[in-house]
Design a protein around this ligand. Structure first.
Ligand code: AKG
Ligand code: FE2
Length: 326
């Protein structure tokens, strides 16, 4: 299975609502879908996102004032109340990560549309957890079939959060990976993202109930560190397809595997997962849908202009929960 599935669409605006929705269903099956050559206004983008799935209103400064389906990933100063702030993820490299790993019920799928690419490439890279899972040796598949990942962040601000969906553990939040993701994201932006950690697709959704059951099951009385437990082998809630859920930059351990085996298993899985990576070199009009329940993404560094500043770039970002998942 290729990492990114490209489909040809003449003009997504001319498709029926049902046809647009089918593209989201394709992303659930294939993990990453690329469509080139589109020309969208914000209204068009918002309509496309509504057809793809359910879009929460987030009240963050980087969301469009009239169409909450659109957020801006840009270094251009065009956001905020006075239009003088950049968008989200406006500078620097972003290492391998995923939408809302530590969030109660993160949107399943993210969509980026390239309004303005940098002059020189500033690529986004994707992994494919279904391809990675399928190509695992059988003994590894058997070993990890029911494993729960123990996930966290190792920043002080994360452990100050009081959201009820965190499992409390006494084990130190030592991440097995040696790279960090958000090194260049300003604290103001991280704080804005922390504010929306308990969004859910519906009150009492199945995933919310599962997360709260894990709080009961795994929390240790009096423990202070915030953790999240999630299955490493993920059965997709829409398609039933199995894939690796492996946000390795947040992994401290594997719940049901002896600790002295963690590092070797981690290194093996990371290396194996990254063999599926592929990148998109953005052109105006590109749309990428990437399922965040079975894939990771990262962004390369910004190329510089003649004055040594980051080249301008504008992506429109949407994030949705699939229709038809309870
Ligand atoms: O800027 C990029 O290429 C990726 C941005 C990103 O990670 C996101 O929108 O979730
Ligand atoms: Fe991202």
């Amino acid at each position: 299975m290729e990492t990114i599935t490209e489909i040809k669409v003449d003009d997504i605006k001319l498709l029926s609502d049902t046809q647009v929705k089918q593209i989201a269903v394709l992303a659930a099956h294939r993990v990453n879908v690329l469509i080139k050559g589109q020309e969208l206004t914000k209204e068009d983008y918002a309509r496309m996102m509504q057809c793809f799935g359910v879009n929460p209103k987030r009240d963050v400064w980087f969301e469009d004032k009239d169409h909450h389906e659109v957020m801006y990933v840009t270094n251009k100063l065009m956001c905020g109340d006075n239009g003088d702030k950049p968008g989200v993820f406006s500078r620097g490299e972003l290492n391998w990560h995923q939408n809302g790993t530590l969030t109660l019920d993160p949107e399943d799928c993210v969509v980026l549309y390239c309004e303005e690419p940098t002059k020189d490439p500033c690529n986004t890279h994707f992994t494919n957890g279904v391809a990675a899972y399928n190509s695992l040796p059988q003994d590894v598949k058997d070993k990890i079939e029911n494993t729960e990942l123990i996930l966290t962040a190792d920043t002080r601000s994360f452990h100050k959060l009081k959201n009820p969906h965190f499992v409390k553990r006494s084990m130190k939040p030592r991440i097995l990976d040696n790279e960090r993701v958000w090194t260049e994201v300003p604290m103001e932006e991280i704080a804005e993202l922390w504010k929306i950690q308990d969004r859910t697709r519906s009150a009492g959704s199945a995933i919310e109930r599962e997360m709260m059951e894990k709080v009961e099951k795994y929390s240790e009385p009096g423990a202070r560190w915030n953790m999240i437990y999630k299955r490493l082998v993920h059965r997709h809630r829409l398609t039933g397809i199995k894939g690796l859920y492996f946000p390795f930059s947040n992994v401290v351990g594997f719940h049901d595997i002896p600790e002295d085996e963690w590092k070797d298993l981690f290194n093996f899985l990371k290396d194996h997962f990254l063999k599926t990576s592929a990148e998109v070199e953005w052109e105006h009009g590109d749309i990428v849908l990437f399922d965040n329940t079975q894939g990771l993404h990262k962004r390369s560094v910004f190329p510089k202009d003649e004055n040594g500043n980051d080249q301008a770039r504008e992506l429109w970002r949407g994030a949705f929960w699939y229709h038809d998942i309870e």
